[in-house]
Design a protein. Structure first.
Length: 311
């Protein structure tokens, strides 16, 4: 067990441990898909074997940002689009933490799009859940990066003239080593995908379709849905980038035609994570950096001292 946390604790874990005493009941709008994310995440944690003390949840701004208020663990509510750099820093300083970042489609694919691309490229070991409701919900219904072309909103009263972002295709092209899509209306699949994502050693991106009945009535409830792993019409190798890319493009195209395809789309279990690569080249210590400053035997290191040493 770590000297500064409960990491490594071996005991039975109950999902109720992840319900906070201060805000036990989420206050999202009735019918919101965000409830499905919270439920699936709470159900997944005991299966992964992580306690609240072994988990960090970093959220952005938006309705999805309240997830850290309704989920008992270490939490950091970051500014808009910046959940990933905070999560990356925490994982690098303390690799033993189970690090989860979460945000909406505007937060992750728009304002934080640059961080998304480079976190995937570097393959940081964390899970990134994007609440994709195709709208800016908290700010009352503006067009988002995933809103379909022609969608009318307060910011696009005559309909959006832009094609939507293809989040899974973008994720694969950027370098994610695990890419999946699930939906709030499919809680069993959502739970299993979140378990896989957290157990994956590398950057795991989950595009989580979350209906917004208040501000995006066009998106309906994302039903009916088809699990690409169970349906006979879909047969592709999730470990093959080319086949995965074609399956993702197909799924992203069909979504706006009324057909929802969910499941695992790409898995690369062989690629080392960013932290593993850095430790292999001795650019990062084997012991957690965060642990050094709680040990009486460790000396504090400053970047300025290292720069002075190399002059």
């Amino acid at each position: 067990m770590s000297v500064f946390s409960a990491i490594g604790e071996d005991r039975e874990i109950d999902r109720d441990e992840f319900t906070p005493g201060i805000e036990p009941q989420a206050t999202w709008c009735p019918g919101c898909g965000d409830f499905g994310v919270l439920k699936a995440l709470k159900q997944a944690m005991p299966e992964v074997g992580r306690t609240p003390d072994e988990t960090l949840l970093v959220t952005g701004i938006g309705c999805s940002g309240k997830l850290s208020s309704y989920f008992e663990s270490y939490g950091f509510h970051s500014i808009h689009g910046r959940s990933l750099p905070v999560a990356r820093a925490a994982k690098l300083a303390n690799p033993g933490l189970e690090v989860i970042a979460a945000g909406g489609d505007g937060d992750g694919y728009g304002i934080g799009g640059n961080h998304f691309m480079h976190t995937a490229r570097e393959n940081h070991d964390m899970t990134y859940i994007v609440f994709n409701n195709e709208i800016f919900g908290l700010t009352k219904g503006q067009t988002s990066p995933t809103s379909p072309k022609g969608h009318k909103s307060k910011t696009q009263p005559h309909g959006s003239a832009k094609d939507p972002v293809r989040p899974m295709s973008l994720s694969l092209a950027s370098g994610s080593s695990y890419v999946a899509r699930t939906a709030a209306v499919n809680p069993n699949q959502a739970k299993e995908i979140l378990i896989e994502a957290m157990e994956h050693d590398g950057f795991a991106h989950v595009d989580f379709l979350t209906q917004c009945p208040t501000w995006n009535k066009d998106a309906k409830q994302y039903v009916p849905y088809t699990d690409v792993q169970d349906a006979e019409d879909f047969d592709f190798d999730v470990t093959d980038r080319r086949e995965a890319a074609e399956a993702m493009y197909d799924a992203e195209s069909r979504l706006h035609e009324g057909e929802v395809l969910t499941g695992r789309f790409y898995v690369d279990s062989d690629r080392p994570s960013y932290g593993a690569e850095k430790r292999a080249t001795d650019e990062m210590p084997a012991d957690p950096l965060a642990e050094r400053y709680l040990s009486e035997d460790s000396e504090w290191e400053r970047s300025a001292d290292l720069l002075h040493h190399h002059r």
